[in-house]
Design a binder for this molecule. Sequence first.
Ligand SMILES: *Cc1c(COP(=O)(O)O)cnc(C)c1O
Length: 434
Amino acid sequence: MINNRLNEQDPEVFSLIEKETDRQNQNAEMIASENFASKAVMEAAGSVLTNKYAEGLPSKRYYGGCKFVDVIEDLARDRAKSLFKADWVNVQPHSGAQANAAVYLTFMKPGDKLLGFDLSHGGHLTHGSPVNFSGILYDAHFYGVEESTGRLDYDKIRDKAKKVKPKMISIGASAHPRDFDYEAFRDIADETGAFLWMDMAHTAGLIAAGLLNDPLPWCHVVTTTTHKTLRGPRGGMILVGKDKENTLGVVAPKSGRTKNWSELLDSAVFPGTQGGPLMHIIAAKAVAFGEALNPEFVTYQKQVIKNAKAMADKFVSLGYNLVSGGTDNHLVLIDLRNKGITGKTAEAILGKAEITVNKNMVPFDTESPFVTSGIRIGAPAMTTRGMGTEEFEYLAVLMDKVLSNPENNDLHVKTAEEVKELCQRFPLYNFVTV
Ligand SMILES: *Cc1c(COP(=O)(O)O)cnc(C)c1O
């Protein structure tokens, strides 16, 4: 109905949304950071809540008329807490990068040292890249994986931390196919007097389902996006596992009471780095967390890992080099150097075959970030459509055909038809428009 009105009022935007709906329907969506939110999540995100200003926190707002949005935000917070067994959570960050900004504002002064996971080894821009505020405002140092194994060496990270003496150590990645040892990281952080921060933007859904190591008991603070494996609306969130141990010695001016860092994190989100929260998105987060508390969510996440592993095994059998040799999670990172093709070309020709992936740096890459030697392929989105290991193996075979014949345009077009046929067997949304 809303879409009919949109069609009447603004057919230009309406038809572009329709085209994008078709693209999502007919395309093998294998970008590791993407997923398909449910209709219920999108309904909440498209609701009248977009009209409401609600600066502050539930029952402590700077605006009137918040009696219903207060309940909604409390629901989102309570569900997130039970999903991750967290003592404290803030569901207001507009995105993963915004959640991270609030963490820096809480724990770091400009010029303080950060020890983060190297971007070119799988880390994220917001972990100290020179083109991001985190690398501009803070003194960023990096640890990375071993060239021979594609894995972290915790003794080397410890040595690096002892040398750098960072104020904060960050964990978390956008393109690392292996799990992290949070206990080892906490030991390093304790030995060097650093705060430990995990950014689980990519893996939050797998962690919520109990299928990867849990960072909450070990890290001082944890951030995430809500739209990747967690399969909610586009947004961010901050969590603290154990609220009781958290004091930075900051004293509240009026009461003279020492503030918890969870309180400082709340202030770092608003007014520190954001204005009014997106209440429609917070409602959609509540819906998504409700879905994630369902037993079916665990079944889904188990299938994500199975599918990623099946695809990884198929690629290995076809002669591809996978960073770290395989995967523990939802993604594989292929080093294409032995195939004589760059990440940029691979992304472009797979795109012609209606398979969407992204080019990605591999550790110790010899190409620039615009060209790269790798591609990152994720399982979350196509698993949401209902595909299993057989389809993921088939997709790996199709990708191999395209990558082995980079100049053969006819083959790319033919593959696109095969991808469309596959997608038709797994309809994305059983309604015409979003
Ligand atoms: C995706 C991602 C982010 C950023 O999330 P946005 O919502 O795009 O701002 C931050 N950290 C990591 C590790 C990510 O993968």
